[in-house]
Design a protein around this ligand. Structure first.
Ligand SMILES: NC(=O)c1ccc[n+]([C@@H]2O[C@H](COP(=O)([O-])OP(=O)(O)OC[C@H]3O[C@@H](n4cnc5c(N)ncnc54)[C@H](O)[C@@H]3O)[C@@H](O)[C@H]2O)c1
Ligand SMILES: CC(=O)N[C@H]1[C@@H](OP(=O)(O)OP(=O)(O)OC[C@H]2O[C@@H](n3ccc(=O)[nH]c3=O)[C@H](O)[C@@H]2O)O[C@H](CO)[C@H](O)[C@@H]1O
Length: 351
């Protein structure tokens, strides 16, 4: 029997490219679509650089189409070209601060795009869907560790609301049509890179997130890290988060696909993908200095709007339901990030 074919949206991005690699290694066929609004295209080359390197690492073919998921005809053409069995949906805009400045672009891209995709799926009798959600749907945690039973919807940004609203749409869809089987994976803080050092996180412009910023300071691309807040009620006053290695996260997606592939059960399922432990900003800085042997200059500044003090996952449900558990710790996250950044100081731009 032919292996299932997965349509991966946003496959040229940070999480998408790492997940495509693990899907190929697990024997899935993969069709990637991406409009390259936040991925290095590598010029006229047919494949975006990240996917070209995924092919190099796995020795397996990646089918890629430059498609914008808000474009109905472009999306439909992919379903006409290939028999798709399941969809893993990563494509989105994801900068929290930017979403506060241009909310309409975020609602259009993330919500309209997802609706266009879901309609094309239904029209082609494809009902198995893995969604990239985020711990941000929980807002300011009311209890810790955060379980899937924690209330959602108290989001602090339009970006977070697009994740929450999409989950609500997916729940309604599953209620209305029992053919739908949806797994919403709520990522905590994905960081790190594939052990090869050939693919990794390569944000456009100044990084919004902590780990890529630290890495760019360590490699000399940026002079100093600003630590947002040192007066939180935490062990050292800085923000505490649940960092999860990107390869652990990617493996969690393969487990979700395996579940959808093998079960007759349908409906909406949400799982936290986190390590289950918290790490402060300064703890991560010091771990990175140990892993890289480099000094990371930083300055303590005011808090960033919308930041919560502490957030970390209870990931036991994913372990029970998916047979998945994060295994790579903070030191490994820092080692693998440093290998990628030191071998690619300017990300994919330097071949
Ligand atoms: N990185 C994180 O910390 C984090 C945490 C939780 C959830 N997520 C979610 O995971 C997903 C992937 O995140 P990432 O960190 O890999 O981001 P990314 O920006 O690296 O990847 C997203 C990809 O989607 C593409 N894209 C965006 N809009 C598109 C559109 N309309 N049509 C086609 N392609 C489009 C971009 O070009 C990019 O390659 C996103 O949905 C994000 O919200 C990320
Ligand atoms: C718990 C939560 O909702 N996590 C979401 C949130 O990540 P976070 O906002 O938690 O990720 P982040 O990497 O932007 O910040 C992590 C920690 O580092 C601090 N920091 C960050 C950058 C910097 O230059 N200096 C600094 O001090 C920041 O204050 C926080 O305490 O948004 C991400 C998208 O961007 C994802 O959706 C995450 O799932």
């Amino acid at each position: 029997m032919a292996p299932p074919t997965v349509l991966v949206t946003g496959g040229a991005g940070y999480i998408g490219s790492h997940t495509v690699l693990e899907m190929l290694n697990a024997g899935y066929n993969v069709i990637c679509v991406d409009n390259l609004c936040n991925a290095y295209s590598g010029g006229a080359a047919k494949l975006p650089e990240a996917l070209s390197r995924v092919q190099e690492i796995t020795g397996k073919k990646v089918n890629f189409y430059r498609v914008d998921i808000t474009d109905r005809e472009q999306v439909r053409s992919v379903f006409q070209e290939h028999k798709i069995d399941m969809v893993a949906h990563f494509a989105a805009l994801k900068a929290v601060g930017e979403s506060c400045r241009i909310p309409l672009q975020y609602y259009h891209n993330n919500m309209t795009g997802t609706n266009v995709l879901l309609e094309a799926m239904a029209d082609n009798n494809v009902f198995k869907f893995v969604y990239s959600s985020s711990a941000t749907v929980y807002g300011e945690p009311k209890f810790l560790p955060v379980t899937e039973e924690h209330p959602t919807g108290n989001c602090t940004s339009p970006y977070g609301k697009t994740k929450y609203f999409t989950e609500e749409i997916l729940k309604d869809l599953c209620k209305s049509d029992k053919r739908w089987a949806v797994v919403s994976l709520r990522y905590f803080n994905p960081v790190g890179a594939h052990i090869s050092g050939r693919i990794g996180e390569d944000p456009n412009g100044e990084p919004n997130n902590l780990m890529p910023y630290i890495a760019q300071v360590a490699v000399g691309r940026r002079p100093c890290l600003s630590v947002y807040g040192s007066d939180f009620p935490t062990k050292d006053g800085t923000g505490v988060r649940d960092y999860i290695h990107i390869v652990d996260l990617a493996e969690g997606h393969v487990k979700a696909l395996d579940k959808l592939r093998n079960i007759a059960e349908t409906g909406f399922f949400a799982y936290n993908l986190g390590s289950g432990s918290g790490c402060s900003v300064l703890e991560l800085v010091h771990a990175f200095e140990r892993a890289s042997g480099k000094k990371v200059n930083y300055q303590l500044v005011d808090r960033r709007a919308g930041d919560v003090a502490t957030c970390f996952a209870d990931a036991q449900l994913a372990e029970r339901a998916l047979g998945w558990k994060a295994t790579r710790g903070i030191d490994k996250m820092c080692e693998d990030t440093w290998r990628w950044q030191s071998q690619n100081p300017n990300g994919y731009a330097n071949k």
